[in-house]
Design a protein around this ligand. Structure first.
Ligand SMILES: Nc1ncnc2c1ncn2[C@@H]1O[C@H](COP(=O)(O)OP(=O)(O)OP(=O)(O)O)[C@@H](O)[C@H]1O
Ligand SMILES: [Mg+2]
Length: 595
């Protein structure tokens, strides 16, 4: 019997240069990753100013200078050793780590595939310069410099030709550097940032006091002005930021920025949740610009899952996404979010005359509009909004809401289609059908989600003969129809007996509404409950709303105005079109050549 042939072990621990190169494959993909790692190190060092100079899309050089705490001579050398980090010491520190870096991997990884130079000083005066190439230190000198650190990375992948071939052209590498730096600029607004490319200054950002100011500095004022504030807390989650007004979506390039606990991340789920909030306010297919910052408790999120730390894992992703969706939805509900024609202001009664005031939608919402017959004149006056007011709301807020809710300015109907009124800033036109559709949509949604609608019993039941697919659509949604106020009896085969119908307004054509809704629902069985509610509410609202061409009495106009004011998205109908158009006095005067 032959002796075993392989007495020498085949498994070996890699020498550290090879290990660094392998790590470099994960951490250093391209020049943009070098920029990202160096800038993060500068920020971790407490820099207040970071200057970034890039040559040839970073293919020939990336240089990042900061005024942070700097390094001692020993640390500057040690920084190039694998797993050398000043940021964590024991595994427990990983939970809730606040610095960008913590692996002690970036510098050695970059160094293993480039020529790298560190100049650093922890005080103004004597400092250190460390030179290294392909992972090996080639020189350590004493230099004089100001407090802070400059890291310069040249000839990326000079010793890894296979990887160098994967680099794209300077323009394309530069674009992805800009993308990274934009994310940094938006998240770290406290820091002064300058960026140059091939010697030409590209960005010069002073510290900014707000996200809006930074967005204006990076993208220009026109985008910054199109955004509305988001600010919401749910449990331990805080969502803030800026999102595009629905009416402006599609006007310019789409921009997306998501930060979690101060770190810019890519997270498709959060973006989709924000987009969901735009449902029924923008046409399908358009995508809004969103800038959102989440602050979560450290144990709710793991930032340690991605080598470049640009993706995160949530303990309760679904929950976080709903918080984001609600926060954005609320933001879109403010009047600030209304229309490109400017902020819509509603007149509010005063002792003498009336003043124009921003209606605080929160206050309106605090007092639930009564469920029944918004189209019955004065119905909104009968209910006592203060009843529904949460204890936490002050009485005055309730009273104000009451006053605002029951007030309508003098309204004129034009072409049996538009309602018009004037106020301090100009003329406002409301599309009566779109407005009523919005009112009914929200009313139906409330009813579908939490209760029974008032309905009117018919003296003689109405008989409806349905096609097979229609009756299937009816059966699938029967319970929802009943909640909306239809009382319907199956009568064998495809015949329905309708005993009661909802009463949105006196001209309501129940049969036509029911038929058209069923037609819209056929072939739509799979829709999820939430979207099914929305679809049904939107369809019924559209069919049930008053039409263009309907003559309205003054009392009806008034009731419609009041009901629209109380909706969450008064400026948009359920298809994302405007319900309100505003013509300012300025604009009119310009047209008449008065100015
Ligand atoms: N600009 C800088 N100013 C001061 N110290 C720095 C700077 N850059 C790096 N260092 C020091 O060098 C160490 C190693 O940096 P490196 O980027 O390799 O690792 P890290 O930031 O700790 O973790 P990660 O690999 O996750 O980035 C840091 O922990 C820090 O102490
Ligand atoms: Mg680092």
């Amino acid at each position: 019997m032959a002796a075993p042939t392989h007495t020498v072990s085949r498994i070996r621990v890699l020498d550290s240069a090879v290990a660094d190169q392998i790590a470099a494959g994960e951490v250093v993909e391209r020049p943009a990753s070098v920029v990202k790692e160096l800038v993060e190190n500068a920020l971790d060092a407490g820099a207040t100013t970071v200057d970034i100079a890039v040559t040839e899309g970073g293919r020939s050089n990336v240089r990042v200078s900061d005024d942070g705490q700097g390094m001692s001579r020993d640390d500057a050398v040690l920084a190039l050793a694998r797993h050398a980090t000043s940021k964590i010491r024991v595994a427990e520190d990983l939970v809730g780590v606040r610095s960008f870096g913590f692996r002690g991997e970036a510098l050695p990884a970059i160094c293993s595939v480039s020529e790298l130079e560190i100049e650093t000083a922890s005080e103004d005066g004597p400092g250190t310069r460390v030179r290294a190439a392909a992972g090996a230190v080639t020189g350590v000198d004493e230099i004089a410099r100001r407090r802070g650190t400059t890291v310069s990375v040249s000839r990326l992948f000079f010793n890894a030709p296979a990887r160098q071939r994967f680099l794209r052209g300077a323009r394309s590498e530069w674009r992805s550097i800009v993308e990274h730096l934009t994310a940094v600029a938006l998240t770290r607004r406290d820091v002064r940032l300058t960026v140059s490319h091939d010697g030409k200054p590209v960005l010069s950002l002073p510290p900014a006091s707000s996200l809006r100011a930074r967005i204006a500095a990076v993208y220009g004022n026109s985008l910054a002005e199109r955004l509305v504030d988001v600010d919401d807390v749910a449990g331990t989650t805080h969502v803030s930021g800026l999102v595009e007004r629905p009416a402006d979506v599609g006007v310019g390039s789409r921009r997306v920025h998501i930060a979690i606990n101060g770190r810019a991340v890519r997270d498709g789920g959060i973006v989709r949740a924000a987009e969901l909030a735009y449902r029924s306010t923008i046409p399908a297919g358009l995508r809004p610009s969103v800038f959102l910052e989440l602050v979560l408790s450290a144990d709710a999120v793991d930032v340690n899952v991605h080598p470049a730390k640009s993706e995160v894992r949530f303990r309760d992703r679904w929950g976080i996404e709903r918080v984001v969706e609600n926060a954005v939805r609320r933001a879109l509900g403010t009047f600030d979010a209304a229309g490109t024609l400017g902020r819509v202001s509603w007149p509010v009664p005063r002792a003498e005359g009336f003043e124009v005031a921003e209606v605080d939608v929160e206050t309106l919402r605090a007092s639930e509009p009564p469920d029944e017959g918004i189209f019955a004149p004065d119905a909104t006056l009968d209910g006592d909004p203060a009843d529904a007011t949460a204890e936490s709301r002050s009485q005055t807020a309730g009273e104000q809401a009451d006053a605002r809710q029951s007030y309508a300015p003098p309204l004129i109907q034009l072409r049996r289609t538009y309602l018009m009124f004037e106020h301090d800033e100009g003329v406002v036109l409301i599309d009566q059908h779109s407005a009523h559709e919005r009112v009914l949509f929200e009313q139906f949604m409330r009813v579908l989600e939490c209760g029974d609608a008032p309905s009117q019993r018919l003296l003689f039941p109405m008989t409806l003969h349905l096609a097979p697919d229609e009756s299937e659509a009816f059966e699938a949604n029967r319970e929802l129809f009943e909640r909306l106020g239809f009382e319907i009896e199956g009568f064998g085969g495809h015949t329905l007996l309708v005993h009661s119908v909802p009463m949105p307004h006196p001209r309501f054509d129940a049969e036509r509404c029911l038929r058209e809704t069923l037609a819209a629902l056929t072939g739509d069985r799979a829709a999820a409950a939430a979207t099914r509610h929305e679809k049904l509410a939107a369809t019924v609202a559209c069919k049930a709303a008053i039409k263009a061409g309907d003559l309205l009495s003054p009392a009806e106009m008034r009731a419609l105005f009041i009901a629209l004011s109380a909706t969450t998205l008064p400026a948009h109908d359920v298809h994302g079109r405007s319900t309100i158009v505003r013509l300012s006095w300025d604009e009119l005067e310009r047209r008449f050549g008065r100015r």
